[in-house]
Design a protein around this ligand. Structure first.
Ligand code: GCU
Length: 330
């Protein structure tokens, strides 16, 4: 009997130590911010990134993803990243122009022939050098995400350049994006992403510009149902990590920062696949919801591009050199 009780005790102890192992708590819990909703490709990729990190660090590093701007607007989140209050976040390059002006070269109007050209640049030497140039300034870029091409959408139908002249168009908090809109003879209004819907509804602005998936997922199409597919620029997005997070991760294990980088690159590939699908479904939804999509003729697009050439005039010599190199990438 004594022997039986003893064996039972051993079994119980073994079982409880096994359970404890499974419930092992992470050594570090970090926070990741995205201003897009849960179902959006960037947020899904953030969750994928978090799962990869957890798996490849044997559960030692956990990343909590906060979507939908729960941790603040893009510019606020960026300040938090610099102070180490938020560990990771995904940004549209437009809001980072004062942090690193080189990033805004990648969003110049009509810079790329198409999405493939943009990815050849981002995946190549130019993209890597620019990503590296973000290091040692309080935060560093880990990888690029796709955000397609941006076009104008308005409350009044736009079919030609003259239609946008004098219109109040919302832009991101970016001087370059303001200049782009002004080059068309329109008025630019800088607003945070989350404030655009009510600004459209209250007629504080006449329109805005964004990629089709954002236009549909925010519901902006309800207040501005005319989408003019001029595809004036592609603004890549970047996943950033704060320097404070980098240090915390290294203190758990110095080899972990290389794992984080590899997970970010995998998440970037995943996001690109999701993005392609999202563009297709956003277009189908736009058609279903009765959005009027105007596809300008090549000649009309050329007129818009001609006006936007103004933006290139202020470039420094070394930046013009990078732009020329970007154009050569095949
Ligand atoms: C895109 C981008 C957002 C950004 C938004 C904007 O939707 O993914 O991060 O905030 O553009 O126009 O502000």
């Amino acid at each position: 009997m004594k022997r039986l009780l003893f064996s039972l005790l051993i079994i119980l102890l073994t079982l409880s130590s096994c359970t404890k192992k499974e419930e092992k708590l992470p050594l570090l819990v970090l926070r990741y911010a995205d201003n897009q909703p849960e179902h959006f490709p960037t947020t899904k990729a953030a969750r994928y990134f978090a799962a990869l990190v957890k798996d490849r660090t044997n559960g030692m590093i956990e990343i909590d993803v906060f979507s939908n701007g729960q941790l603040g607007k893009e510019t606020e989140t960026f300040n938090q990243i610099l102070f180490g209050g938020i560990d990771f976040s995904r940004f549209s390059l437009a809001v980072l122009e004062s942090f690193n002006p080189r990033l805004s070269l990648l969003q110049l109007p009509y810079l790329y022939r198409d999405g493939e050209h943009m990815w050849a640049v981002l995946d190549g030497e130019i993209g890597n050098n620019i990503l590296e140039s973000t290091e040692d300034k309080g935060a560093q870029g880990l990888c690029w995400f796709d955000a397609g091409a941006r076009s104008f959408y308005t409350q009044k139908k736009v079919t030609k350049l003259e239609d946008i002249e004098g219109e109040k168009i919302r832009v991101q908090e970016s001087e370059q994006m303001s200049a782009l809109v002004q080059s068309l003879g329109a008025e630019s209004v800088q607003l945070a992403y989350g404030d655009v819907y009510s600004a459209l509804q209250c007629y504080l602005i006449d329109g805005a510009e964004n990629n089709l998936p954002s236009y549909m997922s925010t519901g902006h199409y309800q207040a501005a149902p005319y989408f003019f597919l001029d595809e004036h620029n592609r603004i890549p997005e970047i996943m950033m990590m704060s320097d404070a997070a980098k240090e915390k991760i290294a203190s758990v294990d110095p080899s972990f920062n290389a794992i984080i980088k590899a997970c970010a690159l995998d998440a970037s590939r995943y996001e690109r696949e999701l993005w392609q699908k999202e563009e297709t479904s956003a277009l189908a939804l736009a058609e279903k919801e009765g959005v009027t999509i105007t596809i300008p003729s090549e000649k009309e697009k050329e007129r818009w591009a001609e006006r936007m050439k103004n933006i290139y005039k202020g470039l420094k010599e070394e930046d013009q050199f990078i732009v020329d190199e970007i154009r050569k990438v095949r």
